[in-house]
Design a protein around this ligand. Structure first.
Ligand SMILES: N[C@@H](CCC(=O)N[C@@H](CS)C(=O)NCC(=O)O)C(=O)O
Length: 228
């Protein structure tokens, strides 16, 4: 039986995007169950559907027969364990360690960028990007750190992705690339090229196409406007 992956709205759910893109990219078959973000209240359809699977009430959730795997990183690690024949992580141990460091940084850091630049694939907010960078030095600082850390990996890479071929690390940074693009955040040339590469990657393109078809306005995910 193939896996089942529970995800949220593709336009907004950056965490859902990551394992979905990994599975698409590596051609791991799965059934997708999209649970709309009607609200995050206890009686919402979203929570009523997700909480029985995941006590934390968040997506993504991966179901593999009787095993339920919650949390993006645990899902990606589980898939890597289940498919040792596929290079979900770089095969070289030094690169794999560097990839895990970047993933850990994405997982626990960049709070200010994540707060000010929520993922919203179908929208474009260049003015807000400028205002936030002007008024929030902490965002500017994170932007520099992000650019520096990705550029360092890209300059050493023997391919177009962070560690040569596409890996979990690139999937983790894909929503970040979309945030930088949609808020028109200035980047180094190296990072700009990488953003372009990531956006052209098959799984990422498929996710973006689906997100653009959604046309679903979720007010709680739209701090900068009242309608599409
Ligand atoms: N650390 C969790 C975070 C997941 C997460 O926050 N997902 C959001 C959607 S992108 C969610 O389900 N939020 C529901 C809520 O906050 O109640 C993971 O990586 O899976």
């Amino acid at each position: 039986m193939p896996y089942t992956l529970y995800i949220g709205n593709k336009n907004y759910s950056s965490w859902s995007m990551r394992p979905w893109v990994v599975m698409k990219h590596f051609d791991i078959q799965f059934e997708e169950k999209l649970v709309r973000f009607d609200s995050f209240a206890a009686d919402s359809i979203f929570k009523q559907t997700i909480v029985p699977l995941n006590q934390y009430g968040t997506v993504p959730v991966l179901v593999d027969n009787d095993l339920i795997v919650t949390d993006t990183l645990a899902i990606c690690e589980y898939l890597a364990d289940k498919h040792p024949d596929l290079p979900l992580w770089p095969t070289n141990i030094n690169q794999r360690t560097q990839a895990r460091i970047l993933v850990a940084k994405m997982y626990s850091g960049y709070q200010h960028i994540r707060h000010h630049f929520p993922m919203n694939i179908e929208a474009s907010f260049p003015e807000i990007g400028q205002i936030v960078l002007r008024d929030h030095p902490e965002v500017k600082k994170e932007r520099q750190l992000l650019d520096q850390s990705l550029s360092t990996a890209l300059q050493k890479s023997e391919g177009d992705y962070l560690f040569g071929q596409f890996s979990i690390a690139d999937a983790f940074y894909a929503p970040m690339c979309l945030r930088l693009k949609n808020f028109n955040i200035p980047t180094s040339e190296t990072l700009e090229r990488y953003i372009h590469t990531v956006c052209q990657t098959k799984g990422v393109q498929d996710w973006i196409s689906d997100a653009l078809l959604e046309k679903d306005f979720i007010p709680m995910d739209e701090p900068y406007r009242f309608s599409r």
